[in-house]
Design a protein around this ligand. Structure first.
Ligand SMILES: [Zn+2]
Length: 337
C-alpha cells in the first residue's frame, strides 16, 4: 500500500511524489494538521518512500518498506513526547546515531511527533542539527500547533498542511471501511468535521450512537427547561470538551427538521432516522411550550434556530466567550431574543 491510502490530500501527495522523482529532497518537512488528520500515516509513508527501491515508491512490500512500517528500520527514528514534552535527554542518543551510524545506502529519517512539545533546549538541539545536517538526514516534524514551534525551526522546513476532508471524501472513506445506512453515515460525517482519524475512531468504537443520544437528551432539556434553567444549562455546555461535536449533531437534527417542514415530510420520518428524538416528544408532553418547539415550531423559528446554530458553530472556532455565545443561542432558540 502506497500513497493511495491518503484520502483527500492530492496536491500534497503529488508534491511529495515530485520531489521523490526528482531526488530533490529537503532536510526538513513540517506536516501540520489537527489530531487525526493523518500526519503520522503520511510521515511513515514518506519515510518508506525515501528508502524504497521500487519504481513507484513506497511499494509497501520490500524489506525496507516493511521494516519502516513496523518501526524496525535501523535508519528510521520516531520520537514522541515523554509525558507532556520532548526533552533534550531524548535527543542525545539520537543525535549520535544521526551523525555516526553508517547509512548503508539508506537515508536517515527522524520523525518527530507533536514537535510543538519540544522543550526549548530540545528545540535548539534540533536547530543545531538543521543548521549543518548530515547529507542523508531528513527530519519530518508533525504538529497540530505549528505556531508553537520555534520560528527558526519553521523557517528551515518545507510546510505541508493537511486540509479537512470534504463530505464526499469522508463518505468515500467510510464506505471503503464499512458500509453504513445513509442517516448514520451522515451523522458520523457531521461529528467528524472533516477529520478522517476521528471518523474512523467513531466507526470502530460505535460511540456515535451514544453521542446522538446524549445530544438528543440535551436538546430535550434545551426545549423543556424554564428560561431560568437555560442559564445553568449554558454553563454546563460550556464545560464540555466535546461541545463542537454536540453542536454538530444539533445542526444535523435542525437541518433535518427544516427539511421535513419545507418539503412537507412528516417529522415521523425524522424520528425514525433519529430514534432517540422520540424521547424528546414523550418526555416533553407536559410542557406545552416545548411541544410547540419540537412538533409545531414555525418555519420561521426553525430557520432562525438553524442560522443561530451555524453562527454559534463559527463563533466557537474563534476566541469567543463560550458561555455568552451559548446563552444567546439558547435564548434565540426559545424565541426569547
Ligand atoms: Zn518499498
Amino acid at each position: 500500500m502506497g500513497f493511495e491510502q491518503i484520502v483527500g490530500q492530492n496536491l500534497l501527495v503529488r508534491a511529495l511524489e515530485r520531489s521523490l522523482r526528482s531526488g530533490e529532497v529537503s532536510h526538513a518537512y513540517l506536516f501540520a494538521g489537527p489530531q487525526g488528520s493523518g500526519k503520522k500515516t503520511l510521515a511513515f509513508l514518506f519515510a518508506q518512500a525515501l528508502n524504497c527501491p521500487g519504481e513507484n515508491p513506497p511499494c509497501g512490500e520490500c524489506l525496507s518498506c516493511r521494516k519502516t512500517r513496523s518501526g524496525n528500520h535501523p535508519n528510521v527514528f520516531y520520537v514522541k513526547p515523554q509525558g507532556s514534552s520532548i526533552k533534550i535527554e531524548q535527543l542525545r542518543e539520537l543525535k549520535e546515531k544521526l551523525f555516526y551510524l553508517p547509512t548503508e545506502g539508506f537515508k536517515k529519517i527522524c520523525i518527530i511527533d507533536d514537535a510543538d512539545t519540544l522543550t526549548l533546549p530540545a528545540g535548539n538541539s534540533i536547530l543545531k542539527i538543521l543548521e549543518e545536517p548530515p547529507e542523508d538526514l531528513v527530519f519530518l516534524l508533525l504538529s497540530s500547533r505549528p505556531q508553537a514551534l520555534l520560528q527558526t525551526i519553521l523557517s528551515r522546513c518545507i510546510h505541508f498542511y493537511l486540509r479537512p476532508l470534504a463530505d464526499q471524501e469522508m463518505a468515500a472513506l467510510l464506505e471503503s471501511k464499512k458500509p453504513l445506512p445513509p442517516a448514520e453515515r451522515e451523522l458520523l460525517i457531521s461529528l467528524a468535521g472533516g477529520n478522517p482519524g476521528r471518523a474512523l475512531q467513531m466507526l470502530t468504537q460505535g460511540s456515535r450512537q451514544e453521542k446522538l443520544e446524549e445530544a438528543c437528551e440535551l436538546l430535550r432539556r434545551m426545549e423543556c427547561s424554564s428560561e431560568a434553567e437555560l442559564f445553568s444549562l449554558a454553563e454546563e455546555l460550556t464545560r464540555r470538551d466535546d461541545l463542537q461535536e454536540i453542536i454538530a449533531v444539533f445542526v444535523l437534527i435542525f437541518r433535518q427538521r427544516l427539511h421535513c417542514r419545507i418539503n412537507g415530510v412528516p417529522e415521523d420520518v425524522l424520528l425514525e432516522m433519529f430514534k432517540p428524538l422520540n424521547k424528546i416528544d414523550s418526555s416533553c408532553a407536559g410542557a406545552s411550550e416545548a411541544k410547540t418547539l419540537t412538533k409545531k415550531s414555525s418555519l420561521l423559528r426553525l430557520e432562525k434556530t438553524c442560522r443561530a446554530l451555524l453562527h454559534l458553530q463559527n463563533e466557537l472556532l474563534g476566541n469567543v466567550n463560550r458561555r455568552l455565545a451559548l446563552e444567546v443561542f439558547l435564548l434565540t432558540m426559545r424565541g426569547v431574543v
